[in-house]
Ligand binder design. Structure first.
Ligand SMILES: *[C@@H]1O[C@H](CO)[C@@H](O)[C@H](O)[C@H]1NC(C)=O
Length: 370
């Protein structure tokens, strides 16, 4: 046969098969409309201070050595920052003010989870608690040598995407599973489906009990305890909001909105000890993404397209937002080119920023910004 005949034959056979596969898949994936508050058309809240040109004052730390430093945890006693990377290692870098520049750039492998460490937080006993997307909730002890599983299911449902974590002074661990349906590898599908498979949970090491505190969350993500530990803040990425869960007091167990209609899609949250929560915005709220969120048919189309091709990246305008204890936005640090910003911490006057896919941590001295 000639080449053109082969090609024609291939098309004759392949085309109907492709159509059949697509039709089958169309029925397989059924995105849901999102609730009204997610689709609100009112302009997002904007803080009084906007820094949209701050990266020129920033530096990259550990460039090339940190693959996807998703969340950051700081140990003030030793001056190390810990961060979970996509190669399964929790790495640490030395950032104490006294360190010279060479030492500051040094990155070492510290503990290997074998999964994908995301949220990190130190417990009162200085053990590092890890929300590992693939493994569940982990505890690292023995200076990084021992990694043990604490929990990976609740109410009969296994975690698929353990995501954010914080630990109380009493040792109780608060954490999220973004989805019991989709893993990190296919987390875009969780977003495109538009159904709430996320949970906020607690794990008490004194009883080994895992408790579900909130369910039906739209991509449950970062967690941060309040300074008095009477409540916590958690983010729902798809909902573009952070909620407050009351741990103590009259409202114990209840949930209310802390801040909503954010200018982007929230990820990890950290409290800075000085009256501010630092909320990472993985991506900004943009017109193109708004349309995807609003129309299930567009999400279905996107779902089909990502199966067969690489789509242009719509993610831009990520950044960090500072919010006070009253839930009022104070400052936003965001640039068009920032995407998949997943976590940030403030140490002294320095803001450190981590990313899901970038290969460095950004550091910026906030004193240099006016
Ligand atoms: C919790 O689990 C650990 C590890 O399996 C075990 O050593 C410990 O005794 C358990 N604690 C309780 C209170 O069951």
């Amino acid at each position: 046969m000639t080449n053109s005949k082969t090609t024609t034959l291939l098309i004759l056979v392949a085309a109907p098969v492709a159509v059949a596969v697509i039709l089958y898949r169309l029925t397989e994936f059924d995105p849901a409309p999102l609730p009204d508050y997610v689709l609100s058309r009112s302009p997002p809240i904007l803080p009084p201070k906007l820094y949209d040109r701050f990266l020129e004052f920033a530096e990259r730390i550990g460039e090339g050595l940190l693959i996807g430093p998703e969340d950051l945890a700081y140990d003030a006693e030793t001056g190390f920052i810990y961060t979970g990377c996509s190669d399964g290692w929790i790495k640490r870098l030395y950032v104490a003010d006294t360190a010279d520049d060479k030492e500051k750039a040094k990155v070492e492998n510290w503990a290997f989870t074998g999964g994908r460490p995301l949220g990190l937080a130190f417990g009162p006993d200085k053990q590092l608690i890890v929300a590992d997307a693939f493994k569940g909730l982990l505890r690292v002890s023995g200076e990084g040598t021992t990694v043990e599983l604490l929990t990976d299911e609740a109410e009969g449902l296994k975690f698929k995407l353990t995501d954010g974590v914080d630990v109380g002074r009493d040792g109780v661990i608060y954490f999220t599973d973004a989805s019991y349906k989709y893993s990190l590898k296919v987390n875009t599908e969780e977003v495109l489906e538009g159904r709430p498979h996320g949970r906020l949970m607690s794990f008490d090491p004194s009883t080994n009990k895992t408790q579900v505190l909130a369910r039906n969350l739209y991509f449950a993500n970062g967690v941060a305890l309040s300074p008095d530990q009477d409540y916590l803040i958690f983010s729902e990425t798809v909902s573009r909001r952070c909620s407050k869960y009351h741990i103590q007091g009259e409202k114990r167990g209840s949930i209310e909105t802390f801040i909503d209609n954010l200018p982007g899609y929230p990820d990890n949250i950290r409290y800075d000890g000085e009256g501010r929560f630092w909320i990472a915005l993985a991506r900004g709220k943009t017109a193109s993404w708004d349309a995807v969120v609003r129309y299930p048919i567009l999400r279905k189309t996107m779902w089909l397209l990502i199966k067969v091709m690489k789509l242009p990246d719509l993610r831009s305008h990520g950044g960090m937002m500072a919010v006070n204890l009253e839930g009022e936005a104070i400052a936003l640090y965001s640039e068009p080119g920032m995407h998949l910003v997943t976590g940030g911490i403030k140490i002294g006057n320095q803001l450190y920023i981590g990313y899901l896919t970038n290969t460095y941590v950004t550091r910026v001295n906030l004193n240099h910004l006016v």
